[in-house]
Design a protein around this ligand. Sequence first.
Ligand code: GDP
Ligand code: MG
Length: 370
Amino acid sequence: PETITIQELANRMAERAVDVIKLLMQQGQMLKINDVIDADTAELIANELGHTVKRVSEADVEEGLYGEPDDPADLVPRPPVVTIMGHVDHGKTSLLDALRETNVVAGEAGGITQHIGAYQARTPSGDVITFIDTPGHAAFTSMRARGAKVTDIVVLVVAADDGVMPQTVEAINHARAANVPIIVAINKMDKPDADPGRVRNDLLRYEIVVESLGGETLEVEVSALKRMNLDKLLEAIHLQAEVLELKANPNRPAEGVVVEAKLDRGRGPVGTVLVQRGTLKVGDVLVCGAEWGKVRALIDDKGDNVDSAGPATPVEVLGLDGTPEAGDRFAVVDSEARAREIAAYRQRKKRERQHARGVGAKTSLEQMMS
Ligand code: GDP
Ligand code: MG
């Protein structure tokens, strides 16, 4: 059921909370400023105070926020979005770093890429691949739980000297549940005790049949440490992406998902977002989870300011009024008023959920003190 706190009801009517409390008292309800009342009571009070009430449902507020499906004629190819998963210490971070550095060396003259939680690499033939550097499986799962499908392809890293381990299996299950194809990267091939055959056989138990055993799953033997076969891995990703025929419409208001977010001392709230369709531009007004903002600057994975970011491009967004959460969706809207309305609505929903869970205890104490 819809609820609202007395404080917020008062704020919305620009009335004093104490007057709302008095009215409630006259009706036999003894309540305090942070107590919650239901929508019917709120409407009654509002009417008593001479206000007209317009109730908005979730559907009303969110309507049209995420645009209609695109006309197939407007779709153009886009880069694949790839997540690297696997058991701890099997070399996920090393592989991501190696792929990134290989690229930096090939691209800019020794420039150091900053960490924004996602970056783009190029295959030897120049095709772009977007890597998301999710901190562990948690982010992946929570994003999926929120219905945000982010990844097109999972690269499953398995150390050749260790074989399939519990988190390898977890990763396989995640990829399956999300219906995302897997490419197997058999890592640490430089080690003397590397046994890629065992990895291939282990995987059979989980119904992953790699190409060299007559199956369809692409596999590449690599060494993140020695930078061995990284180009082959990029090519395999590109090959898999071609099969998927990934497309998006770049010519529409941007939508996408937050990959990472933080409150930066100097720059304020910073969200790393992945644009999934449309093109995000400086000056755009967007809603991002329960926050909103007017894009003040966009910064790419090389640390450069850019004017816009198209589909499958990760970019840092500056100008949000608060810090969103990883997994939040964002959408560009046509006015600040609408952005504010949606954000305010979501903030309220968020508070209600916190109240319901009882984690609001500290917050309400803070509210009482302020
Ligand atoms: P993660 O936990 O999956 O992110 O694994 P890391 O990338 O942190 O790597 C774990 C350890 O394995 C580190 O000590 C790495 O230096 C080492 N490592 C990663 N890749 C290779 C490789 O290809 N060969 C060797 N010999 N060691 C590697
Ligand atoms: Mg790591």
